[in-house]
Structure formats: structure tokens, C-alpha cells
Ligand binder design. Structure first.
Ligand code: ZN
Length: 279
């Protein structure tokens, strides 16, 4: 899933390519692509794109009277669409402009969860689902992080992925941030204190900055496997910090990767699937 650095860099690319273009069409290509009824997207026809922003993992497209929020979910992409074919592969919705290419929202697979929300200009952040997001993950002070840690005692990895607690991070960055902070993904947030909160704040900033620096070198959004990192998706490989073997704990839908030496005092966390990496 694209996370804060990928979505931010993508919003910057779209801003550079599309700002000032006049919207002449919004075409949902599936029944589920447009998640709102009012305002009608047609209200923005004839208006230029005035800005592109990001909140959490949402991309915001601002026109004069309408603000669109786009969420890519797991397999979504917002593509520069020069061809504008009638039935694009995985097509969800298309923004058509007075000149040049369109913007095409696609989603791989069959989940159909990516989508577009339309709001009166300036109302997106105060309306669901964006109003339910926690603060931006990379904008926190240690004291603010500690407050969130203590508000609900839960596993650090789950906290980092919870968009209602903290917005912008996903499975990959949760793994990388725990490793960077040298904390167990299963550490309970209520016990981390100001020292743990400080480590997590610094690790988030470093991991987001590295992801952004990489993503800004690209013309399009990276694939997950190409993004910089030490542990995510690297079970069985040596930890780049200490050389221990990166481990995995599998859940349905995601994998927690960690280094025992760096993060758990050498303790291998219980998981029936890691045995293949022990041989
Ligand atoms: Zn290590």
C-alpha cells in the first residue's frame, strides 16, 4: 500500500503536471468509485485545479468550488492517462481536463475499495472519512506522541498502522519505524514513556524522510519492493545494522518483520511460519 512518502511525492508530481488545467469531466467507471452524492462533481466543471495536497494517505485535488479526496487503498494508482481508452484495466474513475492527459484512478484486484470523495471546497478535512484521521505521523512532538501512547495501551505496530491514532503510516513503515527505534513491534505503547515516544518520533521522521527522498527521484510511484528499508519484506535476510536474521510474524493480510538482536533482546517472537528461516 502506498504510505505517506509515496502519496506525498505523488501529490507533488500531480501538482506539477496538472495545476491550472480546467476540469471538463469526472467519469466514474464503476458504481462504487464515487463515495459521495453531494456536491455533484459536475459543479467543478469549468474550474481550474488550484492545488494538490495530502492528508494521511488521501490525495486532495482542489478546484475553486469542489475539493476531491482520492484514496488508493491497497492496489490503487492515480495515473497520468494520455490514451483515455474506453475500458481501462482496473479503471475506477477518470478526471478529464480541457487539454492534455486525464487522471485515471485504477485499482488492481477485486476489492474495489479505492475511491473518490467530493466535498464543497474547504470541507474535506472536517468531513468523514478524513475527519476521523489521527494527526499527521511526521508532525508530532515527543510529548504529543506520549499522550497518544497513553490514551490507549496497545501494541506499537498496531498503533502505528491505526489511521485513527496516527495518519499516514502502513505496514511497511510500521516495520521500519519499530526497527529504526530499536523497539519490539509488540511493545505496549502505555509502557514506552517519554524515552520511547522520543525514539518513535525520531524514527518516523527518519523513515519518512528517506522514503520521500527516494520517491522524489522517481517519475511514478514505486513498487513496494523497491522502497528503501531494513526489515520490511526481508525475512531471512541479514539485518543491515547487526547481521542477525530478519524474522517474520505472519497475520492474515500483513507480516510483521523485525530483527531480534536490534529489537527484542534476541528473543524470537512466537510464530509458526518463521521456522523455515531458522534452518
Ligand atoms: Zn539487527
Amino acid at each position: 500500500m502506498p504510505e505517506l512518502p509515496e502519496v506525498q511525492a505523488h501529490a507533488e508530481r500531480i501538482a506539477a503536471d496538472f495545476t491550472g488545467r480546467v476540469l471538463v469531466g469526472f467519469r466514474p467507471l464503476t458504481f462504487t468509485a464515487l463515495k459521495t452524492v453531494v456536491p455533484a462533481p459536475e459543479q467543478a466543471y469549468g474550474e481550474p485545479l488550484t492545488g494538490v495536497g495530502r492528508r494521511g494517505k488521501f490525495i486532495l485535488l482542489d478546484f475553486e468550488s469542489v475539493q476531491f479526496a482520492v484514496h488508493l487503498m491497497q492496489g490503487g494508482r492515480l495515473l497520468v492517462d494520455a490514451k483515455q481508452s474506453a475500458k481501462p484495466r482496473g479503471g475506477q474513475a477518470r478526471f478529464v481536463f480541457d487539454e492534455g492527459p486525464a487522471l485515471l484512478l485504477t485499482e488492481a484486484g477485486t476489492e474495489r475499495r479505492a475511491g473518490v470523495w467530493a466535498y464543497e471546497m474547504g470541507k474535506a478535512l472536517a468531513s468523514p472519512p478524513l475527519s476521523e484521521l489521527g494527526p499527521e505521523a511526521d508532525q508530532m512532538s515527543p510529548e504529543e506522541m506520549l499522550e497518544l501512547f497513553e490514551a490507549k495501551n496497545q501494541r506499537l505496530h498496531g498503533f502505528l498502522r491505526d489511521q485513527h491514532a496516527l495518519a499516514g503510516l502502513g505496514r511497511r513503515l510500521a516495520n521500519e519505524i519499530c526497527h529504526r527505534a530499536r523497539l519490539s513491534p509488540f511493545a505496549m505503547t502505555g509502557k514506552l514513556g517519554i524515552e520511547g515516544a522520543t525514539k518513535v518520533v525520531e524514527a518516523i521522521r527518519e523513515c519518512v524522510d528517506e522514503g520521500l527522498a527516494y520517491e522524489r527521484t522517481r517519475d511514478d510511484m514505486s513498487a513496494s519492493k523497491d522502497r528503501p528499508g531494513a526489515v520490511h519484506g526481508r525475512a531471512g535476510e541479514p539485518c543491515p545494522v547487526c547481521g542477525d536474521v530478519v524474522r517474520a510474524v505472519e497475520y492474515s493480510g500483513y507480516t510483521v518483520n523485525y530483527c531480534p538482536t536490534c529489537q527484542t533482546g534476541g528473543k524470537v517472537l512466537a510464530d509458526n511460519t518463521t521456522s523455515k528461516f531458522l534452518k
